[in-house]
Design a protein around this ligand. Structure first.
Ligand code: IPM
Ligand code: MN
Length: 354
């Protein structure tokens, strides 16, 4: 297939890990005879500095041109502690999600055997944990009506039936291809929006008799995730709950630098790490490129190019086994590898194998 890829490196460690993702993409395309063309575009704080807009029209057009977006990270500390900033890098990410209609955010939580000791949870709890969180991404409090006054402020957690239905169908699709267990996470004991979620879910569930559906309050789900993560196969939840639960989920695997995600919906899909821009590490060549590289695997898998995805996963596992790791997951006294070196090792592995 011919790929047109929009590359959005963004801020902080984004540009460094982006290079690794692009190199891996190129190597896999060469190996399997796919043509690939890249166009780079600006976003986040970088775009605010350059053109005063964190998701400029030109970047949006580049995304529309592309078959897929390879996104890295946005965010800069100069905005974080300034509640008065009118324009923020994160708005660029939200604008991208909204304008591309990316209502489904797929966040797999997987463990790597050789890294289990890095998890803050005991090995016997996390071993074999493997679930996917399907986070609704274009509704809820992130996009509902807001008031930001001096003495009063609110964010509205609004959902329509249609928004709930389409994300549930996406989630059932994943559950059907996995272990056929879907957990609908909400706060229906308190929130009206959650009661709509639950009502719609109960209406849809009979259409998927092969999938076991259960319902769980979000507070309980947060607890269950660290007590018994293997309970979960696919979970589906609204935007804000999904944001929080997936950060929690990322810890299970031992490092935030390991988990990729896909955002899909109406227009061009976006593939990105779930971690942020880690500004303190910018330019230091210490950030883990694996989440970005695994998001390239998700990109191929989205287009049903499963061998391509498998080769990337195999290369990542081989790098871990060979102790070719960035500092935060390296074994004591293990060799020192930076972002760039890990990326190059993996690209090289791909070139040598098929
Ligand atoms: C994420 C991030 C974003 C979110 C921020 C950067 C706006 O935390 O992708 O999880 O809250 O959705
Ligand atoms: Mn988040």
């Amino acid at each position: 297939m011919d790929f047109k890829i929009a590359v959005l490196p963004g801020d902080g460690i984004g540009p460094e890990i982006s290079v690794c993702g692009v190199e891996v993409m190129t190597a896999v395309c060469e190996k399997y005879g796919h043509k690939v063309e890249y166009r780079h575009a600006i976003c986040g704080a970088d775009a605010i500095d350059k053109v005063g807009n964190p998701f400029p029209e030109e970047t949006y057009q580049t995304c529309l041109w592309a078959d897929a977006v390879l996104f890295s990270a946005v965010g800069d500390p100069k905005f974080d502690n300034n509640p008065n900033a009118k324009i923020r890098p994160e708005q660029g990410l939200l604008a991208m999600r909204k304008q591309l209609g990316l209502y489904a955010n797929i966040r797999p939580v997987e463990t790597f055997d050789c890294l289990l000791h890095h998890s803050p949870l005991r090995r016997e709890i996390v071993e074999g944990a493997d679930f996917v969180c399907i986070r609704e991404l274009t509704g809820g409090m992130y996009f509902g009506e807001k008031l930001e006054g001096n003495d009063r402020a609110y964010d509205t957690n609004a959902y329509t039936r249609e928004e709930v239905e389409r994300i549930l169908h996406t989630a059932y699709g994943y559950a059907r291809r996995r272990r056929k267990h879907l957990t609908v996470v909400d706060k229906a004991n308190v929130l009206a929006s959650s009661r709509l979620w639950r009502k719609v879910a109960q209406e849809i569930a009979p259409a998927y008799p092969d999938v076991e559906t259960d319902y769980m309050y979000v507070d309980n789900a947060a607890m269950r995730m660290i007590q018994d993560p293997r309970f979960f196969d696919v979970m589906v939840t609204e935007n804000t709950f999904g944001d929080i639960l997936t950060d929690e989920g990322s810890v299970i695997s031992g490092s935030m630098g390991l988990l990729p995600s896909a955002s899909t919906g109406e227009k061009t899909p976006v593939f990105e790490p779930i971690h942020g821009s880690w500004p303190q590490a910018k330019g230091k060549n210490i950030a883990n490129p694996l989440a970005q590289i695994l998001s390239v695997a998700m990109l191929f898998e989205y287009f049903d190019l499963l061998d391509e995805g498998r080769l990337i996963r195999e290369a990542v596992n081989a790098s871990l086994d060979a102790n070719v790791r960035t500092p935060e997951i390296q074994i004591p006294d293990g060799p020192a590898y930076g972002t760039k070196e890990v990326g190059e090792w993996i690209t090289d592995y791909i070139r040598r194998h098929a």
